[in-house]
Design a binder for this molecule. Structure first.
Ligand SMILES: NC(=O)c1ccc[n+]([C@@H]2O[C@H](COP(=O)([O-])OP(=O)(O)OC[C@H]3O[C@@H](n4cnc5c(N)ncnc54)[C@H](O)[C@@H]3O)[C@@H](O)[C@H]2O)c1
Length: 367
C-alpha cells in the first residue's frame, strides 16, 4: 500500500543513484555551515539529507516560495536542517529569510538565483563566506553586476546542466504540466515561445511534440537566426502576440509580456512562464482585473470582452503546478551540485574572489 511522503522520498532516493554516489564521495563536512537558497521540493531532499549525514550544518531558504513543499521542509528540519521557508510565504517573510540565513553565520552558499549573495553584497557587514555555488542563469546575470568578495562557481553554464536540464527537461515538463492542469493538448493551437535560449528551445520543440504550431519571439538577432534554422517562424512580439492561443515566456527578464501586449492577446489565450521570475509577465496588471479560478493553477482574468488564462500566477509553471524534472534527469543535476559543494568546501575556497565556471575535473566524475 502507498505510504505517504516517506515512501515518495525513498522512491526518489532509489532513482537518483548518481546523487547518492556523488554525496558518498564527499569528505566529512564537519565545520561547514551551508546556506542553501533553492527550490525546496522532493527532489532536493536526497542531497540535503546526504549533506547533513556528512556533518554539514544547513540553513534552508527558498529561491521561490511558490515551489516550496512544506512536508519536504518539515522532514529536513527533523533531519537537523534549520529552515525559514514555506509555500506562498509573503514577500516580507521571504526577504526576512535571507537576513536570517546570513545572520546564522554561513561559511558557504549554495544558490539558485543569487538572492543571498545579492543581499550580502548590499552591505559591508555580514558573515565571512569562503565560497559559493550558483545554479541559475538569472543568478549569473545578477552576479555579473557584483564584484564578488569570495570565489563563486557557476554551474548553470555547464553543458551537462544547460544542455540537459534547461534544453530538454523544462519544455517537456512544462507541457506535461499544461496537459495535466488544463486537460488540453496543444493540437491546432498557435504556441508563442518568448525567449530562445536553451529553455525556450526545449519549450518550442516539446510544444511541437504536444501538437502545437510554434512561433518564436526573441530579441537577440543570433538566436532569431538559430530559431529560423531550427525551422520555427521567428516573429515580432508586438504583432504576433495577437496570433497566439498559448504564450510561454522563457527569458529570465522582467516585463517581457507587458500590459500593452496583454491588451492585444486573443480571447481564451493561455499564458505561462517558465523563466525564473513571475514578473516576465505583468502579473500586477492582471491582478487588477476581475478574476476567478476555474481549475487549480488556472486563473481566468476578464479584460474587456476577453478572458485570459494565467497559469500558476505566472511563477515557474513546471515547478509550481507540476513536479519539474524527472528524478532520473534531475539526478544528473544534483550529482553535479553535490560535486560542486565538495569543490567550494575544498580547494575551491582557496581561489581568489571572483566568478568562475565550475571546473570539468570537478563535475565529470559525478556523471
Ligand atoms: N522552469 C525551470 O525549471 C527552469 C530551469 C532552468 C532555467 N530556467 C530559467 O529559464 C530562463 C531562461 O533560461 P535560459 O537558460 O534559456 O536563458 P538564456 O539567457 O540562455 O535565454 C534567454 C533568452 O531570452 C531572450 N530574451 C530576453 N529578453 C527578451 C524579450 N524581451 N523578448 C524576447 N526574448 C528575450 C534572450 O535574448 C535570450 O536568448 C531563466 O530565467 C532560467 O533561470 C527555468
Amino acid at each position: 500500500m502507498y505510504q505517504d511522503f516517506e515512501s515518495e522520498l525513498n522512491w526518489a532516493i532509489r532513482h537518483m543513484p548518481r546523487t547518492r554516489a556523488a554525496v558518498d564521495a564527499l569528505p566529512g563536512l564537519q565545520g561547514v555551515r551551508l546556506a542553501c537558497n533553492m527550490h525546496l521540493d522532493l527532489k532536493m531532499a536526497p542531497l540535503v539529507a546526504g549533506l547533513l549525514d556528512k556533518g554539514a550544518e544547513i540553513f534552508l531558504t527558498t529561491c521561490n516560495p511558490t515551489t516550496v513543499q512544506d512536508d519536504v521542509v518539515a522532514w529536513l528540519e527533523r533531519r537537523g536542517a534549520v529552515a525559514y521557508a514555506w509555500r506562498d510565504m509573503s514577500d516580507n517573510d521571504w526577504s526576512e529569510s535571507f537576513d536570517r540565513a546570513l545572520a546564522w553565520g554561513p561559511t558557504h552558499l549554495c544558490e539558485m538565483g543569487a538572492d543571498l549573495t545579492s543581499r550580502l553584497h548590499q552591505s559591508i557587514n555580514g558573515p565571512h563566506i569562503k565560497a559559493g555555488l550558483e545554479a541559475t542563469g538569472s543568478g549569473i546575470s545578477c552576479l555579473e553586476g557584483i564584484t564578488p568578495r569570495y570565489p563563486i562557481f557557476n554551474w548553470d553554464d555547464l553543458p551537462v546542466k544547460e544542455g540537459l536540464h534547461n534544453r530538454h527537461m523544462v519544455g517537456l515538463t512544462a507541457w506535461h504540466t499544461f496537459f495535466q492542469t488544463t486537460h488540453l493538448t496543444l493540437h491546432e493551437k498557435c504556441v508563442l515561445v518568448i525567449g530562445y535560449g536553451l529553455v525556450g528551445q526545449g519549450v518550442a520543440s516539446a510544444a511541437k511534440a504536444y501538437g502545437g504550431q510554434v512561433i518564436v519571439a526573441e530579441t537577440d538577432p543570433a538566436r532569431v537566426l538559430q530559431a529560423r534554422y531550427d525551422g520555427w517562424e521567428a516573429v515580432d512580439l508586438a504583432t504576433a502576440v495577437s496570433r497566439a492561443d498559448v504564450i510561454a515566456t522563457a527569458t529570465g527578464a522582467r516585463n517581457v509580456l507587458s500590459s500593452a501586449h496583454l491588451e492585444r492577446v486573443k480571447d481564451g489565450v493561455f499564458i505561462l512562464n517558465v523563466g525564473h521570475v513571475a514578473e516576465e509577465i505583468d502579473v500586477g496588471f492582471l491582478r487588477g482585473l476581475s478574476h476567478s479560478e476555474p481549475m487549480p493553477f488556472v486563473n481566468a482574468y476578464q479584460l474587456a470582452d476577453k478572458t485570459l488564462y494565467l497559469l500558476a500566477n505566472g511563477s515557474m509553471f513546471n515547478l509550481t503546478a507540476g513536479y519539474g524534472d524527472s528524478l532520473n534527469a534531475f539526478d544528473v543535476t544534483l550529482a553535479v551540485m553535490a560535486a560542486g559543494i565538495g569543490h567550494i568546501t575544498g580547494v575551491g575556497e582557496q581561489q581568489p574572489a571572483g566568478l568562475y565556471l565550475l571546473p570539468s575535473s570537478v563535475w565529470l566524475p559525478a556523471l
